[in-house]
Design a protein around this ligand. Structure first.
Ligand SMILES: [Zn+2]
Length: 569
C-alpha cells in the first residue's frame, strides 16, 4: 500500500468510526430549536424545606414525589446562597439562575421613593397596567362599577423590576418567539417572576373569588379556555373540598388547604391543553408555583399534622398530574424540575421546648427605642419618625427625608442606625427577674448576628467568608437608605397577631429546598453534593442548547447528566 493509499484508508476508517456517532448524536441530542423536549415544566412548591422529602418519603405512593426521588436526579442538599429567603426573590432566582444582586428582587415589597412615599410597592405591581377580567365583586374602588364594599386600589402587575432574563426568556430569544412560556400560581409574584419578561402569559387568582386573572401587560382579556375554567364549576368544587362553601375569601380559606393545589394543577392542565403546549416544534415552558403549603405553613408551622397531610395530598395530586402529562405530551417528551422558593423555621416555641435558643424579637419595640435614641441625638424634644413604617426583616428602611432635615448623609445615617441596633435587640430579652416562658430551657437571648448598611453592601464591604458571599448575593437597590439585620438562628420578628412562624433569614432552615429533575437527559440517583437553586436554570439552558439567563451564576449539574450519546434513549 503506497502512502497515498494508507492516508485514504486512514481517512475512511476515521469517517466510518465517527459517522455513526455523529448521526446518532444529531438525531438524539436535546435541542430547544427542534422541540426536544417538547415541554419543560418547573414545579415550585411555595415554602417547602429540603428535608420534607426525606421525612415523608416512606408515605409517598405512585409517581408524585417518587417520580423525582426514585426515577429522577434528586439533589438532597440544595441551599440558596443568599439571605433573602422570601417568595419574590426565590421565584426570581429559580427563573433567572441569579440572586438579588443579579435579578434585582430582594423582597416581596419595598419602599420606592420614585413611585410612592405613602405605601410600599410590591415586587410586581405596575400602575401602568390593569388586572383583566376580574369579577364584578372584585372591581377595585378606583374603577367604574365597583361595589360599595370595594376597598382597595387594585392595579396590574408586570416583571418591571426583574433585571435579568429567565430560562423562558432565553428559550423565546433562541427561537425568535416561537417557544411559548407561561407562569401559574395563586400569587401574582410567583406566577410572573419565574416566567420572565417575555412570557406569553402569567396567571394568578383574584383573592376573593378564586378566579384566575392576569395583567394587561400580557393580554387585554383572558383566553377562552381560561374563561371557561373560571366559569366551569371548578371554583365551587375547590371550595367544597376545602369545607369553605359559599366563602368570598378564596385565597385565605381555600388557599391554605390541599384543595388549592389540585385547583392550580387543573388550571395548568387547562393551560397546556388550551395553548397546545408541546406541539409547536420548539421547546415550550410552564412554571407552576403551588402556594397552599406556604399559606398553611405560616399559620401552623412545618411540624404540624396538617402540614404532613398537605404534603401527602400534594403527592397524590402530582401523581395524577404527571400521569395526565404522560398521556398528553408524554413524559418521554418532557423535562420536569422540582424546587421551592424558600424553607421555613420551626415555630419558635416548638424549638425552644427542645432547648434550642429560639425566640421572638419585638421589632416594633426596637423601632420605638431606636427613634427615641435618634431623636435624643439629632432632634431633641421632637418626635421625628426616622424609620419608614412596616419593618420587614431582614431590611430596615430609613426615612431619608427625616435624616436629610437634620443634615445627615446616607453613610452617617446608616452607620448611626446600625450601631444602635445590636444593643436594642438584645434589650428585648426578658428582664433577669422577669418571668421566663416555661417552654424555654435557656433564657431567651435575642441577638443580632450581623447588621450591615446599604453602602457597605453596595461597596462589597462584607466579611471574606461564606457569610459575606451570601450578603453580597442579597444586595439590590431601589433608591432607599437601609440597613440589613440578621437575627440569631431560630429567632424571628414577633408577629403575635398571626402567631405561627416565618422565613426571611440567612440560616440553613430557610435556605434548604428540594432540587430534583426528571427527564431523558438525567441519570437517576440521589446526589448529596451541595448545590443551589441557581443551578436549575443553568442546567436546563445547557441541555436545551440555549444561552444561560443573562445574570446566571448557576452550575450545570453535569454529574446528573447522561453522556451525550445516551440522551434520547
Ligand atoms: Zn414563598
Amino acid at each position: 500500500m503506497n502512502p497515498w493509499h494508507r492516508s485514504l484508508a486512514r481517512l475512511l476508517a476515521v469517517c466510518f468510526a465517527v459517522l455513526p456517532t455523529f448521526l446518532f448524536s444529531a438525531q438524539a441530542e436535546a435541542q430547544a430549536y427542534v422541540g426536544q423536549p417538547k415541554l419543560i415544566v418547573i414545579v415550585v412548591i411555595d415554602q417547602f424545606r429540603g428535608d420534607y422529602l426525606n421525612r415523608d418519603y416512606a408515605k409517598f405512593k405512585g409517581r408524585g414525589f417518587k417520580l423525582f426521588t426514585d426515577q429522577g436526579a434528586w439533589f438532597t442538599d440544595c441551599y440558596y446562597d443568599y439571605a433573602n429567603t422570601k417568595t419574590a426573590p426565590g421565584h426570581a432566582t429559580i427563573g433567572t439562575g441569579a440572586y438579588s444582586d443579579g435579578h434585582g428582587i430582594e423582597s416581596n415589597e419595598w419602599w420606592d421613593a420614585s413611585r410612592s412615599d405613602m405605601a410600599k410597592v410590591s415586587s410586581v405591581e405596575d400602575e401602568r397596567y390593569q388586572l383583566v377580567d376580574v369579577p364584578t365583586t372584585s372591581i377595585p374602588a378606583n374603577l367604574p362599577g365597583a361595589p360599595p364594599t370595594a376597598l382597595k386600589y387594585l392595579i396590574g402587575s408586570s416583571p418591571r423590576n426583574l433585571r435579568a432574563t429567565t430560562l423562558g426568556d432565553e428559550l423565546r430569544l433562541a427561537t425568535q418567539g416561537r417557544a411559548r412560556v407561561y407562569g401559574i400560581s395563586l400569587k401574582d409574584r410567583a406566577a410572573i417572576l419565574p416566567a420572565g419578561q417575555s412570557a406569553n402569559g402569567a396567571f394568578w387568582i383574584d383573592n376573593l373569588s378564586g378566579q384566575f386573572t392576569t395583567s394587561s401587560y400580557y393580554m387585554e382579556h383572558l383566553p377562552e379556555w381560561a374563561k371557561a375554567f373560571n366559569t366551569g364549576g371548578r371554583i365551587e368544587q375547590a371550595k367544597k373540598e376545602a369545607n369553605a362553601e359559599g366563602t368570598t375569601l378564596f385565597y385565605d380559606l381555600v388557599g391554605r388547604t390541599p384543595a388549592a393545589n389540585s385547583y392550580e394543577l387543573d388550571f395548568a392542565k387547562a393551560l397546556i391543553t388550551g395553548e397546545k403546549l408541546g406541539q409547536s416544534g420548539v421547546t415550550d415552558l410552564v412554571t407552576i408555583s403551588l402556594s397552599a403549603n406556604d399559606i398553611q405553613g405560616h399559620q401552623l408551622g412545618p411540624d404540624s399534622d396538617s402540614q404532613e397531610q398537605m404534603i401527602l395530598s400534594l403527592d397524590r395530586d402530582l401523581d395524577s398530574f404527571f400521569a395526565w402529562l404522560d398521556q398528553t405530551v408524554g413524559l418521554k417528551n418532557t423535562w420536569i424540575a422540582l424546587t421551592a422558593d424558600h424553607g421555613i423555621s420551626p415555630i419558635p416555641a416548638d424549638a425552644a421546648k427542645l432547648g434550642i435558643d429560639s425566640g421572638l424579637v419585638n421589632i416594633g419595640a426596637v423601632y420605638d427605642e431606636l427613634n427615641r435614641a435618634l431623636n435624643l441625638r439629632y432632634s431633641p424634644g421632637q418626635d421625628v419618625e426616622y424609620m419608614m413604617a412596616g419593618p420587614e426583616l431582614p431590611y430596615l428602611v430609613l426615612n431619608k427625608h427625616a435624616f436629610e432635615k437634620v443634615h445627615l448623609e446616607e453613610k452617617a445615617a446608616e452607620d448611626a442606625v446600625a450601631a444602635l441596633l445590636p444593643e436594642l435587640v438584645a434589650s428585648q430579652a426578658p428582664k433577669p427577674d422577669g418571668e421566663v416562658p416555661v417552654q424555654h430551657r435557656l433564657r431567651p437571648a435575642p441577638q443580632v448576628a450581623g447588621v450591615y448598611t446599604r453602602l457597605q453592601l453596595a461597596y462589597g464591604e462584607v466579611p471574606p467568608t461564606e457569610w459575606g458571599r451570601e450578603l453580597a448575593h442579597s444586595y439590590a437597590y431601589h433608591g432607599n437608605w437601609y440597613v440589613m439585620l440578621a437575627l440569631g438562628a431560630y429567632q424571628m420578628e414577633d408577629n403575635r397577631s398571626t402567631g405561627g412562624t416565618t422565613h426571611f433569614s440567612p440560616w440553613s432552615y430557610d435556605r434548604h429546598v428540594p432540587l430534583a429533575f426528571y427527564g431523558m437527559p438525567f441519570v437517576p440517583g440521589e446526589y448529596h453534593e451541595r448545590v443551589a437553586p441557581v443551578d436549575l436554570a443553568a442546567t436546563f439552558a445547557s441541555l436545551a442548547g440555549v444561552n444561560q439567563p443573562s445574570a446566571s451564576i448557576g452550575r450545570v449539574l453535569t454529574e446528573a447528566i447522561k453522556p451525550n450519546r445516551l440522551i434520547g434513549q
